[in-house]
Design a protein around this ligand. Structure first.
Ligand SMILES: [Fe+2]
Length: 403
């Protein structure tokens, strides 16, 4: 009968289709027609979520790590990386960017190495530290930006008597995604100290191409900037000049490669944003990810309709295409790291301003841990354990690593 035959054909088709899917799965093949919507999204759908890490907590935990964990070969650095809760436990602040706080106690040196991922340092507090970059000892002060470009040897030394903390930003997640990560230890624990310091800074002193108002829009350069240090005193002066020209409206500048006018690294854009109290920025969407570091002042940002209150030392992230606007309650300076040069090089950078401020639907509460005193027994046990670990480590270093 016709109806029976028709049902038979449908059953056969259903079974055959199921077999097709099973066979595709067995051969690791994915039928695009079932996943088009999840791959080709109308707009970017970053897995990372807007988030904020409290600066006071970062600093307190960094100080605890200084007391408990030595800096040595193998671990290389005393760094606390920002892990975005949307990234399933990966140690990345957003999909393409590493963000972290690095801490160095008095008279400590973090050993010399180099790697293909490029890095930048933005100093938050402390004095007496320098980073030696391919033999150039670059002094570090609060507000300074220091570059350690791809495959440049670098070590950090604290020659002072107080701890220093700084923000570390790297392109590590994107270099990892490109399967391009290389890492090498320097043959000695640290590079030789040169007689003349801050050579790149002296070579580019007063160069007008160190900054540009707003952001780089056209220039691209596969080479990193040869200027390795951007001093806060000069950044501050330039922001003051720009704010005066703008009738004290919010202003920003991007740090640039003096030779080409491009962003400081081929993968990373660094910029500073001066926000006067009571004059919010417009809401904007940009492709690519951003990490913001609060250097000075208090206020809040609205990110995707969520309010994030911030204070000095706080770090927050704005994943791709999520609208953001900033409101300073006191005069504020914010540092920003983005992957914009990569998106511009690929021709997929987009940016737009929203017509209206975003309505605030929720307020973010940063996670905190109580800094309750450690019980005496637990404290003694932890100290003994750390000492044993440090001793074992020192022993291994003496027998293996060149110190
Ligand atoms: Fe490094």
């Amino acid at each position: 009968m016709i109806s029976d035959n028709s049902a038979g054909v449908q059953d056969a088709t259903g079974e055959e289709l199921e077999r097709l899917y099973r066979d595709l799965d067995a051969l690791d093949l994915h039928p695009l027609w079932n996943i088009t919507g999840e791959l080709l999204t109308e707009t970017p759908r970053p897995k990372a979520v807007p988030w904020l890490w409290n600066g006071a907590q970062l600093r307190a935990l960094g100080e605890r790590a200084i007391d408990l964990v030595p800096v040595e070969r193998g671990g290389e650095r005393r760094v606390l990386s920002l892990g975005n809760p949307g990234l399933a436990g990966r140690p990345y602040a957003v999909g393409t960017l590493w963000g972290a706080i690095q801490c160095l106690g008095p008279h400590e040196t973090a050993p010399a190495h180099r790697h293909s991922p490029g890095a930048i340092r933005f100093v938050l507090a402390g004095s007496g530290v320098w980073t030696t970059v391919d033999g150039d000892a670059c002094d570090m002060h609060p507000g300074d930006l220091i570059l350690t470009p791809s495959m440049h040897w670098h070590d950090h030394t604290n020659g002072g008597t107080e701890s220093m903390v700084w923000f570390d930003g790297l392109d590590l997640p994107m270099i990892e995604a490109l399967d391009g990560v290389f890492f090498e230890e320097y043959p000695e624990f640290a590079q030789p100290q040169p007689a003349t310091r801050n050579v790149s800074e002296v070579d580019h002193a007063g160069h007008p191409g160190r900054f540009r108002a707003g952001a780089v829009t056209d220039e691209l350069d596969p080479r990193s900037s040869r200027l390795l240090v951007y001093r806060w005193t000069e950044t501050d002066a330039e922001l003051t000049r720009l704010a005066a020209e703008a009738d004290q409206a919010p202003v920003s500048l991007e740090f640039t490669n003096p030779e080409s006018g491009a962003s400081v690294l081929p993968t990373l854009s660094c910029s500073m944003h001066r926000l006067p109290a009571g004059r919010p920025t417009e809401a904007r969407q940009q492709t690519g990810n951003a990490i913001w570091v609060v250097f000075r002042g208090e206020g809040h940002s609205v990110i995707g309709g969520q309010r994030f209150d911030w204070a000095p030392g706080d770090m927050f992230v704005v994943p791709s295409w999520i609208p953001v606007e900033h409101h300073a309650a006191t005069p504020a300076d914010l540092f920003r790291l983005t992957d914009a040069p990569v998106l511009r090089a690929l021709g997929i950078y987009r940016e737009r301003a929203l017509d209206d401020p975003q309505p605030v639907t929720t307020t973010f509460t940063a996670r905190t841990v109580e800094s309750a005193p450690i019980p005496a027994t637990a404290s003694a046990s932890a100290t003994a354990s750390a000492t044993a670990s440090a001793t074992a480590s020192a022993s291994a270093s003496a027998s293996g690593e060149s110190l």
